[in-house]
Design a protein around this ligand. Sequence first.
Ligand code: ADP
Length: 764
Amino acid sequence: MTIVPVYNAILVPNSTVYLQSDLYKRATGRSPVTEEKVTLIVSKEARTREELTAESFYPIGLSGVITEIHPEGFIAIKTGDRMDLDEITVTNGRIDLFVSRRPETDDLDAAADKRRLEAVRGELKEVAKNFRWGQGAEIFIDQWDSLGEIASVLSPWMSCTNAERYAVLEEDSTQRRAELLEKLIYENLEMTKLNLEANNARQEDHQKIYRESAIRKQLEYLQKELDELHPENVSDIRKLEIKIEESGMNETARKEADKLLNRLKQEGQNSAETGMIYNYLDFLTGLSWKKEEARTIDLKEAERVLEEDHFGLKKVKDRIIEQIAVMNLKQEQSGSILLFVGAPGTGKTSIGQSIARALQREYVRVSLGGVRDEADIRGHRRTYIGAMPGRIMDAIQKSGVSNPVMVLDEVDKLGVSYNGDPASALLEVLDPEQNHTFTDHYMNVPYDLSDVFFICTANSTDTIPEPLLNRMEVIRFQGYTPIEKLQIAKRHLLPKAVQAVGLKPEELQVTDEALEKLIAEFTRESGVRGLKKRIDSLCRAAAVRRARGEELVAVTPENLREVLNDHPLRSRTVKENETPGIVTGLAWTSVGGEILYIETLLTKGNGKIIITGQLGDVMKESASLAVSLVKHLFPEKAEVFEQHDLHIHVPDGATPKDGPSAGVTLTTAIASLVTEKPVPSTVAMTGEVTLRGSVNPIGGLPEKLMAAQRAGVERVFIPEDNVEDLEDVAPEVLSQLTITPVKSVSEILNALGVTAEEPMLQAV
Ligand code: ADP
């Protein structure tokens, strides 16, 4: 008995199956012989004999005898029972088998099967006629006397998988097997017919298209010949024409370009419009009109790139990897529009560049700070003299592709003017429903922006119009702790700066202590922009020494000031303070968190409230609310308010929206003033206050706590509803602060001992 491993064949018991002689030879290593007994076993994958293992096979095989060897290159095998492969071993391509007969359920309705066979034959003859299988086909078809035989003959042309083919052999019920065979045969006949119809239809269309493109090619060819004969005569217009032809622009753009080109031809070189038309066509043909293929990005590699360029920022990086994974799955080139929000120098823009690198795409940056005209975004109409495309299309052209990663910087600094609202134009750029046909006024033809990966950056979301904000997914950059800054300086800023001035890495030593001092005393920021500048100037100083031939010394905390040739910043740390009426608050500014002192003072008068400081208007409400609340909490001090004027000073800095979060600080300051109980300056607080003294949540807590820790604050009161935000605060910041969540102002006042007891207040 010869064991023949087969792959991709339909094997039917008690029937006839056909195998290619070649396949037999390859499987057994010799030629087939008639009357030879065989066991056919089915391998799960296409493998050479040497690659086979015991696991390569399905558990059921088929016995048979070779009955005919056809000179056309195939053999017929009369098949018998199915076999369970009880044991199989494969050693160096040699297969040993123990098999036992596998019983089957004979429930076939013979009469129905006969009808089925007839119907299939009829259908086959029909197809044979349409496909011109040849005169003899009908005779063959009549000779095949079971569905199994037919399926086995057609098997090489069927589009089904090895597993689908094996399913026939695996079926125990003869009735269900017959149904399965019928289904396979019909499905594949239908597919064949469909292909035939599609081919016919295509042919008709093609004939027309072929003819047209043949004529075009011929024209082009003749024109080229002419150009080559007289290169000096290839006019600028002809050059433009060639560029237009080669650009691959869409139909609308092509029409517009052809129209202008014709105008150029008719009006000649000297018309007033010539320059404009040249510029326009130059711009249009400079754009990439090709749709780039969506690439599958290796997530590990993308992670590596992000890690390499930026230290920390774990949440941000995780979110970006998520987005890349989704884009991979959907085979899309863009996903949600990300809005990076955070203080300057926290890495928002530069991580955009890394994202482009991780995605292996081009990177362009558009700065929107101070943009006030709609035309800046959408371009000027060409009727204007000096009209230009908008910044978006200009950036697309610079990128040279249709799918760059585009960073739109400072979307919170968009302005509005009488020349339209740039934010609404931007909305159109970012809207996936509309941006596949974005029409720049200058271009006047649509361009598909749907493959552009947009990233926006902003310092704060306060000034971004609501509809624009809704389109984007906000990702916050919290700012760095001193420990993180040290790592960023060591790993990224210093090596880059050293390289930029042309020094070798070993030529400039900066000790960790010097960097720590630089961070603590020469910078005051959430990000690392100032730090970068300081490090750059360290490197320049070293470069100068080097150029003068002086010896280079390591930068240490001791010589730092001398090398930088600058004073440290006046540090904004908490001042010693034991005066009632002054309380440390925490503000959130567009450059990160800051501490600020709210100062209050009573002067002789008649109950007026004076508020000074930049946020006068915003604070007025908070202040009068705080005054009412203190009057309510300390009814016995009513007279104090009547006989004095209250002066409140809130220093500038905070963003207007953050105004209300000074509520608890204002209330505490006024309460401290009237009760004459000082509040230690190492205690800071933030929270919005309601008229009845409840404390409501505020924004920017992580930044505020970081500022508090920087400034040396020891204890901070925060609204209880903000407790969740503590998750976003670095552990090294939390470990240095005692945080007390509160629900009402009274809790703060009680905790600080700001209560109404004697001594009575004296006016200052
Ligand atoms: P932003 O856009 O937030 O104002 P940038 O992206 O311009 O900030 O960053 C300013 C500088 O700081 C860049 O040189 C950047 O490479 C560097 N930088 C910021 N964050 C990191 C970080 N986490 N790791 C390494 N370098 C950083």
